[in-house]
Design a protein around this ligand. Structure first.
Ligand code: UDX
Length: 445
């Protein structure tokens, strides 16, 4: 089929590459000419494993083209994906102006009947509102707005899009649903679960999924606080809980909490939507509160260990909001860095992929080119992001270069016994700390 993709961000670019890989003829559009030029030259705008190779091979095969011209996307397209940004307004509500603009440009330039796909996360009701709005523009052909939420995770975007567990499409038109089913026929035949609903249900299901996963993480973080008070181990609690298939072990990892551009933004938009609909979804506010407390709790651990934070050198291992990406948007690591800096600490960070983005986002943050450079002379190190290399830290080497052997593990990546044996004071999240200062039971708890 002929497919258009508008917006080549974290959702649009992997979507375009994967649809081309499925055999469709894809034209991807972005208004940022410099971004387009660099993608065409083989330089991806963000780090995503496997994406550079896939984009190159699909371009070479002639199935994937890039343009800055929206008319070129709309011309002849059967399906156009809208993957533009929906940034939050001050109220938490999603700003949908870019969605309307993209939709209008497509219906005005379409040369055949076209399905417009909402791929950006949008509040329930958007498809209906967009349909109404687009009817005011000069459409020469029929169009349908369908919801096809993405569930891809950054860092796994290509793998998730190539082999989705589920494909959810919501539309009130059977004709549009049939076109979408045809678009994804190869993946459905390979076992992806096809779920067809009305449009509002699909939109709501996307919000519900992200909110539920955020809630799971916040539950684990609340358990971490409780375990610290009770002297219990949150990792073992999560293992025990997660072994019940009704609960599941995934997304029960306590730590610095969730960040990134999806969960915080979607949760705020979902709460706002509920409010507009007349439902007080107080649970979502608690989820956010617990998440905010997760960074504060880690900050307090560093502060307590340092006693005086002023002029202490604190090394942050990991700056991205999670491992596997260079994305630092709403990264808990940067939030922690801000708090430490506000208290006079000298913060130096290292991330395998996100150094540049972090330096751009947080003025005055020192960046080290490698892990041990960050640890050099540090009075305390904090593991902020779950990159596998931090779990494989050479503890002897780390001990050798640090000023004080103090490790705060904000992602529970290290083995407490190994950290203790290497001579560290090791302060994990929701697990008993170990080390010289913690040999005796802490009677102040
Ligand atoms: C998320 C959803 O998973 C995806 O389905 C949706 O389409 C977009 O939003 P993403 O933002 O890429 O994807 O990240 P994800 O892997 O879900 O992690 C979100 C955050 O939660 C990260 O900051 C991560 O570190 C944190 N997290 C995750 C935890 O703190 N604990 C966990 O157990 C799991």
């Amino acid at each position: 089929m002929r497919v258009g993709v508008i917006g080549i961000g974290h959702v649009g670019l992997p979507t375009a590459a994967v649809l081309a890989h499925l055999g469709h003829e894809v034209v991807a559009m972005d208004s940022d000419q410099a971004k387009l030029d660099s993608v065409v030259a083989g330089q991806m705008p963000f780090y995503e494993p496997g994406m550079q190779e896939l984009v190159r091979s699909e371009m070479d095969a002639g199935r994937l083209r890039f343009t800055a011209d929206v008319a070129a996307v709309a011309a002849g397209a059967n399906v156009v994906f809208i993957c533009v940004g929906t940034p939050p307004k001050a109220t938490g509500e999603a700003n949908l102006l870019a969605v309307e603009r993209a939709g209008a440009a497509v219906v005005e330039n379409a040369t055949a009947d076209v399905v417009l796909v909402e791929k950006s996360t949008v509040p329930a009701g958007t498809a209906e509102r967009l349909t109404l709005a687009l009817k005011r523009y000069k459409a020469k052909h029929r169009f349908w707005v369908v919801s096809n939420p993405e569930f891809l995770q950054e860092g796994k975007a290509i793998a998730d899009s190539l082999h989705p567990h589920r494909i959810l499409v919501g539309s009130n038109s059977q004709e549009a649903l049939d076109m979408m089913r045809e678009l994804y026929s190869a993946q459905i035949e390979s076992g992806a679960h096809w779920i067809e609903t009305d449009v509002a249900t699909a939109e709501l299901a996307k919000h519900a999924s992200n909110a539920f996963l955020s809630m799971k993480i916040s539950f684990a973080n609340a358990m971490a606080r409780l375990c610290e008070l009770a002297g219990a181990d949150v990792v073992k609690v999560a293992d025990a809980m997660g072994s019940d298939p009704r609960i599941g072990r995934e997304f029960l990892n306590a730590g610095l909490g969730y960040g990134g551009y999806c969960f915080p933004k979607d949760l705020a938009a979902f709460e706002r939507l509920a409010e507009q609909l007349g439902y007080d979804f107080g649970l979502l506010r608690e989820v956010k509160k617990i998440n905010d407390e997760a960074v504060e709790a880690t900050f307090k651990k560093v502060e307590e260990a340092m006693w005086n934070l002023q002029d202490k050198r604190i090394a942050l291992l990991g700056l991205a909001f999670k491992g596997g990406t260079d994305d630092t948007r709403l990264s808990p690591a940067l939030e922690l860095a801000r708090m430490l800096k506000e208290h006079g600490a000298h913060v130096v960070g290292h991330d395998p992929q996100a150094n540049e983005n972090a330096a751009r986002e947080l003025e005055g943050l020192d960046i080290a080119e490698d892990i041990y450079g960050a640890l050099q002379g540090a009075h305390c190190a904090v593991i902020c992001t779950d990159w596998p290399e931090f779990g494989e830290l050479d503890l002897g080497k780390a001990h050798g270069v640090m000023a004080f052997p103090i490790l705060v593990d904000g992602r529970n990546m290290l083995d407490p016994a190994a950290a203790l044996a290497a001579g560290f004071t090791y302060i994990p999240t929701g697990r008993p700390p170990v080390g010289p200062a913690h040999e005796e039971p802490r009677d102040h708890r």
